[in-house]
Design a protein around this ligand. Structure first.
Ligand SMILES: CC(=O)N[C@H](C=O)[C@@H](O)[C@H](O)[C@H](O)COP(=O)(O)O
Length: 228
């Protein structure tokens, strides 16, 4: 039984449109244009990084936005919305949902409680980006509104694989009463459908749609392999 949120009243595709400072599409209204293209194609939501792009997308189109701010803190591994400073900036920019690292490292599971409380006070929702089943269960217990498999493969102790972590999606959606978002390394429509079959309520696709340098690299690799 699907667990539908009032923010996304039907199941579907959420497009992650992100370009960090060192990526070719960074800046200007490029991510807002990506978001418009996603809307025209039938996406039900957008996930994006940084106050500038959150604001630009909210102004450009009428879709719910999952906002995050990536910030690398020297000596720390947590980089998706690490502190209250980023949470406040994401909310000020108008995001409907704040995504953040909810992994079991650096005392994070204790620290997020205050962040969750503040987000809820301001009328927004929390998406917990986790890397394991245990973290997903903890995130729900702590009050997250969505759990995403975003960080599977990106912590040293989580499953490392090339494709989406369907096993994690299956286990979390079988257990949790909140929506499970399949996210991470979904490259084909077939993988998106497999994520739904595994029980995902929503599917986020990022690089395969919005990072042309990575899409191009896959073609170049295949063609070079063929040509030698
Ligand atoms: C691990 C990490 O930093 N993930 C980030 C989280 O927002 C993004 O860089 C990803 O593009 C996003 O999760 C979507 O995943 P994919 O691009 O694989 O479809």
């Amino acid at each position: 039984m699907a667990k539908i949120s009032t923010i996304f009243p039907r199941r579907g595709l959420i497009v992650s449109a992100q370009a960090l400072e060192d990526e070719p599409l960074h800046g200007g209204d490029t991510m807002a244009k990506m978001a418009r293209a996603a809307l025209e194609a039938g996406a039900i939501g957008i996930r994006t990084n940084g106050a500038h792009d959150i604001r630009a997308i909210k102004e450009a189109i009428d879709l719910p936005v999952i906002g995050l701010i990536k910030r690398v803190i020297p000596g720390a591994d947590v980089f998706i919305t690490p502190t209250m400073q980023e949470v406040a900036a994401i909310l000020d920019a108008g995001a409907d949902i704040v995504a953040m690292d909810v992994t079991d490292r650096e005392g994070r599971l204790d620290k997020v409680v205050e962040l969750f409380g503040y987000i809820h006070e301001r009328g927004a929702a929390v998406m917990a980006d986790v890397s394991t089943y245990e973290e997903g269960i903890a995130a729900a217990r702590l009050g997250a509104d969505f759990v995403g498999t975003t960080l599977s493969g990106y912590t040293p102790y989580s499953t490392q694989q090339e494709g989406p972590d369907l096993n994690l999606i299956r286990r979390l959606s079988g257990e949790l009463d909140i929506p499970v978002v399949a996210e991470g390394r979904i490259w084909t429509p077939e993988e998106a459908v497999a994520a739904l079959d595994a029980g995902a309520d929503y599917v986020v696709v990022g690089s395969a749609i919005t990072r042309p340098q990575l899409i191009t690299a896959r073609y170049v690799k295949a063609i070079r392999q063929k040509l030698g």
